[in-house]
Design a protein around this ligand. Structure first.
Ligand SMILES: Cc1cc2nc3c(=O)[nH]c(=O)nc-3n(C[C@H](O)[C@H](O)[C@H](O)COP(=O)(O)OP(=O)(O)OC[C@H]3O[C@@H](n4cnc5c(N)ncnc54)[C@H](O)[C@@H]3O)c2cc1C
Length: 421
């Protein structure tokens, strides 16, 4: 197991370990020179790599302790959402949002501000009320919402320690219907983007950029909160199940056609019992921009759609509500995400990524931490995060080439230095 899911990253780690107890995690971290947590390997860049030890928490006991009175669950960080969600549902609870793929680990998704869609739905990290972290010296610390470091630690990119458990806020379980519509002219969004994205619990737009057209609109309505499709909505209901990529068998996709089902079998695009159809034969990039700039940004991409096309499998537009996590791509702003599933050939993809970044540059894009990008973003709280790195990991045990590129030139904020955790 030396490569990431997409196969484009060969990890440079010299050792891969899978401890089965927290005590073993503590010892391994304390004794390692360089170490980093590895989740389910779904990142597309070298974020998860370490020149020393890669440590997976997937073999810790698969704890899911639901506290029905507080509507919380303490869960093992190595669980995937596919493993976690049915157990929450069986206890009468749910999460507000899920990513397109349920196979990713909770620890990895939370660490990178992974998101789903829905104007009122925040990144998956927002469900965290407390996390248990093994720090560089092998100590276990619990950090909850009352802790001054909390907003910096949750989206920690694996750079502050190894998360073994998280306590998540839950909501009562709910049912959704998912419907796919086809063929909505891009120009319709000029006057109606916000209305479209808020017409249901979660809305996802797809385009292959062959034409200035949204090839598919996925509408996910809660059964108890029906969608309000506007009168101008001229897209036509799909006459059968669809995969977002034209011509690909939708067998891996979650149930569509308005059939009611549990939240965890409708919110993700892909079924938990199937690999997504391309099974890793792809690269991905994604940029979070302020929601108010979405229409202008889509037009900027439309201007170069001929150049985007050869590298593209599909482009997806989603929304996420603002949050306060220092390194969240949705920090401090209502967000629209523009995602690209590329072909797997990086030599074809990279020039197009640079072009896309050039087109999106006026909109202060924040690249997804875990996907392919060239540009970097400005984060107001980055110096504060840098101070956390110094304080939690003074010897740089959790650093790697990615953190060197992104954080080495950032200077910590002096007034925070020396605070004890
Ligand atoms: C097919 C596909 C679909 C995707 N869909 C979405 C989507 O809908 N929305 C979205 O936002 N992203 C999406 N992603 C990206 C994905 O959510 C992120 O790459 C996420 O980080 C993957 O989690 P992982 O467990 O695979 O993490 P890894 O890739 O293994 O690691 C990512 C980072 O998390 C850290 N980490 C992992 N576990 C821990 C832990 N226990 N403690 C501390 N740090 C840890 C690692 O150190 C690393 O820095 C998708 C990726 C794929 C391949």
């Amino acid at each position: 197991m030396t490569r990431n899911w997409a196969g484009n990253i060969q990890y440079s780690a010299t050792e891969f370990i899978r401890p089965t107890t927290v005590e073993q995690v503590r010892k391994a971290v304390a004794h390692a020179g360089r170490v980093r947590a590895l989740g389910t390997r779904h990142s597309f860049n070298d974020l998860a790599d370490s020149p020393g030890v890669l440590l997976s928490v997937a073999d810790l006991p698969p704890v899911v302790d639901v506290d029905a009175t507080r509507a919380t669950a303490r869960v093992a960080a190595g669980l995937s959402y596919a493993e976690l969600a049915p157990r929450l549902d069986a206890a009468g609870f749910a999460l507000p949002a899920m990513a397109s793929l349920p196979h990713i680990s909770v620890g990895g998704a939370v660490a990178t501000a992974t998101h789903g869609s829905g104007v009122r739905n925040q990144v998956l990290s927002a469900a965290v009320r407390e996390l248990e972290l093994v720090t560089a010296d092998g100590d276990v610390v619990s950090i909850g919402r009352d802790d001054a470091d909390f907003d910096g630690v949750v989206v920690g990119l694996g750079s502050l320690g190894v998360v073994t458990h998280l306590t998540l806020d839950l909501v009562p379980t709910y049912q959704l219907r998912q419907r796919v519509y086809e063929g909505l002219a891009l120009e319709v969004l000029d006057d109606h983007f916000a209305e479209l994205m808020s017409c249901a619990y979660s809305v996802c737009l797809f385009t292959d950029w062959r034409e200035p057209v949204l090839t598919q609109v996925w509408v996910q309505e809660r059964v108890d909160q029906p969608a309000t499709l506007p009168s101008w909505f001229t897209a036509t209901p799909a006459d059968g199940p669809r995969h977002p990529v034209d011509g690909v068998d939708p067998v891996s996709c979650t149930t569509q056609g308005g059939v009611p089902g549990p939240w965890f079998e409708r919110l993700p695009h892909f079924r938990s019992d199937q690999p997504p159809s391309s099974s890793g034969d792809e690269l991905q990039s994604e940029y979070m921009i302020p929601a108010d700039d979405a229409v202008a940004a889509l037009h900027a991409l439309d201007d170069v759609r001929e150049q985007i096309r050869p590298a593209l499998q599909i482009c997806e537009v989603r929304t996420a509500a603002r949050d306060d996590f220092w390194l969240s791509t949705c920090y401090g702003r209502e967000t629209v995400s523009i995602h690209f599933t590329w072909v797997s050939d990086i030599s074809v993809v990279l020039p197009v990524v640079e072009l896309v970044e050039q087109q999106l540059a006026p909109f202060s894009p924040r690249p997804h931490w875990a996907k392919t990008s060239v540009a970097t973003a400005e984060y107001e709280r980055l110096p504060d995060f840098r101070e956390l790195m110094d304080r939690y990991d003074p010897a740089g045990k959790f650093t790697n080439a990615f953190t060197e590129r992104h954080f080495s030139s950032v200077r910590p904020v002096p007034h925070l230095s020396g605070r004890t955790r």
